[in-house]
Write a protein that binds this ligand. Sequence first.
Ligand code: CMP
Length: 143
Amino acid sequence: MTKESEERLGKLIGRVSLFSELSEKQRKNVAKSGVERSFDAGHAIVREGETGVGFYLILDGNVEVRKKRKILSTLSAGDFFGEMGLIDDQPRSADVVATTPTSTLCISQWTFAGIVKGNPDIAMGMMKVLAERLRKSNKALSE
Ligand code: CMP
């Protein structure tokens, strides 16, 4: 990765609330350890049932989280997905499909574990998002 893209990605990562507490150096390290991947609209980035090895941070664009053609959630720049399979080592729980051209920073399971273990703020931030998603699902189920 070039120095310029490292800096550009570091800045984008700074706008992601999950990583906002990281120092500039830590953000650059996250940028360095990830791979930027772009997808066309309609592309299934993650498929339900597959074994996943990546955590995705959305840098630009929109995705839908779908299960049996039902839309569970819409995510956009600054959001993340793919964490569940990496946390509990289970197959992907849903499809995640780009609905616009979407660029992501893809972080491997190994790097993801290191970042989360080394930064309690990130672990707390992620737990907060997981709780929000569970609340939303519970609400939808009870309606
Ligand atoms: P994972 O199971 O690895 O792959 C599918 C991803 O979709 C999952 O991780 C979460 O990141 C995301 N996901 C699953 N269910 C929901 C939901 N109810 N709301 C938002 N995102 C979800």
